[in-house]
Design a protein around this ligand. Sequence first.
Ligand SMILES: O=C(O)CCC(=O)C(=O)O
Ligand SMILES: [Fe+2]
Length: 933
Amino acid sequence: MESSSIDSVVEETPLEMASDDRIDAPGEPVTSERPPLKTRHRILNSIQRMGSSQSLIGITRPRSQSLRSGGKASISCVSLTSGGSSYSYSYPSELSAGYSTAPTSVANTPGPSPVFDDKPRLRTVTPNGPSSIPLPSDLRPWSRNGAEAEGDYFSQPLKKKPERRPNFNFWRDLPMEIRMYILRHLPPKEIVRLSAVSKSWHAMCFDGQLWRSLDTSEFYRDIPAESLVNIITSAGPFVRHLNLRGCVQLYKNWYRDGFNDACKNLENLSLEGCRIDRTAIHSFLLQNSRLVSINLSGLAGATNTGMTIIGEHCPRVEHLNVSWCHNIDTRGLKKVVEGCPNLKDLRAGEVRGFDDVDLMNELFKRNTLERLVLMNCDSLSDESLTALVEGVNSEVDVLTGRPIVPPRRLKHLDLTRCRGISDAGVRSLVGNVPNLEGLQLSKCHSLTDEVLTELLPSCPVLTHLELEELEHLTNEALKTLSTSPCAPYLQHLCISYCENLGDLGILAILKGCTSIASLELDNSRTSDLVLAEAASVMRKRNRAAKARSESGSLHIGLKMVVYDCPNVTWSGIREVLYRNEEIARLAASADGTAPTYPHQIIGLKCFYNWQPTVEEHTKRVLRGDIEAANRLQKGWAKFMILNEEAGVNGSGTRRRRRRAREAQEMYQNEEDGGAAGAGGPQQRLPVIKRTGATSLMDAFRLRSLPPDMYYIPNFITAEEEASILVKIPAQRWVTLSHRRLQAHPSTLTKTNTLLAAPLPSYLLDPIVDRFSELGIFDHTPHKKPNHVLINEYKKGEGIMMHEDGSAYASVVATVSLGAAICLELAWKKEKLESQGLDISSYNLPTRILQEPRSLLITTGAAYADLLHGISPIEVDQGLSAETVANWEFLGDRTPFENAGGQNHRGTRISLTYRDVLKVSSAASKVFGGLGTR
Ligand SMILES: O=C(O)CCC(=O)C(=O)O
Ligand SMILES: [Fe+2]
């Protein structure tokens, strides 16, 4: 727009109005002594300088004061501004040439005159008589907002026409440094996109200055290998921090255009999850002798030779992660320890050879380690652990009989599932690790109370402690912990599957560990009493925070995991929900404004039949919808009471039977964690045939998700949908608390076996035929689905987050009927944790909006590494391209767009097609086949 360009603004500047000529117009009263213009300028400038001096600004007299009080003035002029007037304008000489109309600083422009008035005036210099007359309005510089402000007319050039500046190309004329500075604020993905603008932009976008740090974790799936090679080859020497975690697309590109020779100044390098061979890894290590942090976790190409290279060429290394590198053992690590005197952080989970006493003794002598991860190192022995902590043949204190050694620097020690160690080895830690903050001893099955009651009091700053599956532990260990010096600092405690631990120990923890924020108690003897006590502890914490006048918002202050605790009942859970509501009510102050001190509630993970209710309740409490939370809590309690009563009438057999049946259905149909999902090795099969239909399927792949999920809208027609819906047998429904379901041809047996039987024809035709055309089940054992689960969700119903178990091949095809619904996705926590990854850095667009008649296919990593579920809500909110992974693929977005990003749910039925791995044809022979039952 013309009016907004710099040039046009300059043209419109009404400079003439303030020019000297106009003031001197004949007939107007003027000063009697008028110094020549240049001299006047000098005088005025010096007055101006005085006026702008900081020491004077503060003591500027109010306007017109001098005139009214003394009536003496030596110079007549148009009064301009006073310090602090919001109408101040002046024209410093360079601006008055016409480049800007912007107001300049008030402090610099007190105006040339020592005389101030509310209105522009001319004043004659007559010592006694009336000394000012108003300036005619057409000579007033201009006014703003009804109040008039004047320009420094003395400093205006004489009738000088502003020169028109040549066109200003904002971007081109900016200095390169500023352009780079601007680009540096863009996310890498945008910079790569911009590089397509032109050759010069390409050169600018791949300038090394922009790429000191290249962290692909936010976009590693989207960035093409080409762009990565481009960035790294052109910016190589500038790159200091290179995180290529998960960039599998670089496979075959490591040797292109000198790619792996390009970086020479790396300090941090992560190649985790890349498909990279040993030679390319070696080349990175050989070129970068300044490396401080190296992450090669899980790489088969990481070998002992690589470790030797680190030891010889990278002496600055402080952090090394070689967990799950099965081609590395402690012989390689020894080279690193010898060559890297500053090694602080060594993560070597599942690496072999930790019974090597020499290596441990070397680590002892250096005493530089602050973090040591030896998870799953079965080779670790009591002897080698002792060598790590106490060295070999150290001098022994005659009084205590213990070696005299300087304290270890260790802050984090992870010995999870080091099954070769016992009390004898762990005892060496007693008194020697005073800085320990995190200790993981889970699944070291032979540990007992005895060593823990010695060790825990000697770790005064311990904040995280994991003791999962230590069957020999008793409440005594917890009692000791609760009175140890670390008790007030302890934040996280895991005693899952410690089946002897119960209320006595945990109540002590709740009492003594006043900062506890996470308690994992699943499969322990925890009872409702603990839940009630935890609720009361939270009340106290909130009161204490109030007394300290701390500010903050409502949040989960204590996470408790109590699923599969036989002594936790629904009434214990309800107590927590009720107390959470109470805290939220306190948090919402009387006038409805935000809370003024922190309010913490309890976040619960409990029996998964109750979990959707608990989660929904927590959501409502956190968003301050206390009435809705209360309704939910009461409704649920009523339902549970009725359920109980139904059982009391009979001898209880019916209730037990129903519960048992329900539990069985749950385990078999939720397919997560329980009997079906536990333990067994995940079956990984290549899925979706890579020929023929590939390109068709590729067109439906959801690229923002881990490989592979596909969404095909309108997979069946409305007629086909209607015809299936009427054929679903009404008598087969099994009602669960948040949905109902039926399985075809039948539910699986306890051993996850399918009794062979054909699927009913309405489930086969036309759907399964279309699957064959697309090759969806081509690589599963039976090459087609043999099992269909029909789920029905009414408005407000859902299914908790879960993973499908190992009973099936890793392909699920879901056809949706009836109404649209959002499927939610999340990373499996263990998946990330097992790789030492931070869950917060792995965001997904967390939803898939499934329209009626659509098909969703889940395979590969998406099947193995993600959880899925459906929230039990009536309206899916906030639907947009950012939050819905298949937004671009929807058959018709308009209903959701028109509803402001909402989906008002109706009844939705899903058909989940899978291939069950184990099929028993014997049973079907015996029983003559179950047919379509
Ligand atoms: O109904 C759906 O879309 C999901 C069902 C499901 O996840 C399952 O049964 O495993
Ligand atoms: Fe599922």
